[in-house]
Design a protein. Sequence first.
Length: 543
Amino acid sequence: MTRLLQTLGLIWLALCTALAAAEPAGTERIESTEQWGMHEIALKGPADGNPFTEVQLSARFSNGKQTLDVDGFYDGEGVYRVRFMPPHAGRWTWVTHSNRWPLTNKQGAFTATPPRPGNHGPVGVRHQHHFGYADGTPYKPVGTTMYSWAHRGDAMEAQTLKALAAAPFNKVRMLVFPQTAGIERHPPMFWPFASRSGTPPSDPDYTRFNPAFFRHLEQRVGQLRELGIEADLILLHPYDDKRAWGLDTMTREQDERYVRYLVARLAAYRNVWWSLANEFDFVRTKTDADWRHLGELLQRIDPYGHLRSIHNGKRLYNQTEDWITHVSLQHGMAAAEASRAVLFREAWRKPVVFDELKYEGRHDRRWAQLTGRQMVHAFWATTIAGSYGGHSEFIPDADGLIWLAQGVALRGESPPRLAFLKQILDAAPAEGIDPIDTFEDLTIAGQPGRYYLVYFGQQAPSEWAPKLYLTGLRDGQRFKAEIIDTWAMTVTPVKEALQFRPQGRYDFVASTPIKLPGKPGIALRLTALDTPAGLGARPAQDD
């Protein structure tokens, strides 16, 4: 009898444990999601009427210290989803809210586990002019542009991903909406909106999204994430080219609905950036007030505060507006010299990315006629200006494919040299590379007293008399010097260390000149070897 009672007791205990662990009816239970990964709630709901406009869904997530409200979206065939990117590890609970009974007051919980290797979280602004991941890892962008690569079909898109896996680029600028260039030979598989007449893209119904289009886009963004590449998504553009698609002439209400749907679907991808428009000033149907309205909407509804920008054509946008996190700039002349590029950084006090500093290519238009050497020089010039460059190519293959529009394959001379530059950037101090003396000398950047890059650009000196601006330096401080050939991709150590002494009001100098190759594209890297004990840093002087 005793053994029977013990057995019954064990059965009862197991049953009580199972009942206690059971989730409430109708909840979604996923045991764990990594921090900065994606937790998704899928619910069945009404499919009648127009779910895109008639049904509202959101969920409130909380870990006891932080609460985030996240919008859901309709994914077709009666399925609704809410996606959440947990910003912290630990236990999170959630509850849904909706104007439809089948979707409201659903509850659940999950555990956010520590991030896996390679997952550093979303990128944000660091040290005012630079970037970093959420876990504190520095992020130094070396980006490229491939406008329509995600609209070219699975075969070509797979080739592009393969090319990116071997390329130096850690950011890709890409259009959400298709553009007209190349569609005759490579028509998009999907269109963002349903068609009232049943034949997309004609007669678009801006109240009904095409979930298949956005699923395909999400797939590509996710694949970039797995490659460690940020997806700089361009929401709007002027490249319908009078095809009457209407994607560049939507009303404010239609723009808002689109932006809300896109954020609901994609904000939980940690590698997303928002670029409100490419060449905003060529979209003739919108005013600066319209752009500001959409930018502030993005700022307000994105639970995670992903990076936000707007890209110019000929006219510069007011980059001081609060919703803009960093400057995305088209300006070939400014990127040609550090002394020009630095002015934008100084004026706007935000990170500056020359996403379009002209392109390497053989176009009949001057925005894509850079040689590989000119492209590499522009990247180094923007680096010395404390900013960042952006690459693309217009070099057609036998079938007319170009990287700028389709991706597929890199053919230019600059990408290997940009990979070399990326190695230099990754080895630089975590705070980034900043101009040292913007008043007098824009050939030197780095971190005062610790690290310097000296870039001679198009000059071809045969030697350099070492001279540095005084900030951060100590009398007698020694530096290791290395000669960098930015085109040949070589780093040659200088045998003797440099020892710097104060000279005059502003400078520190070393007595031994450094012999240089006497050709363009040469840089020097100086790395501090010691900090002599008992010698204080000499303060900067007013000019």
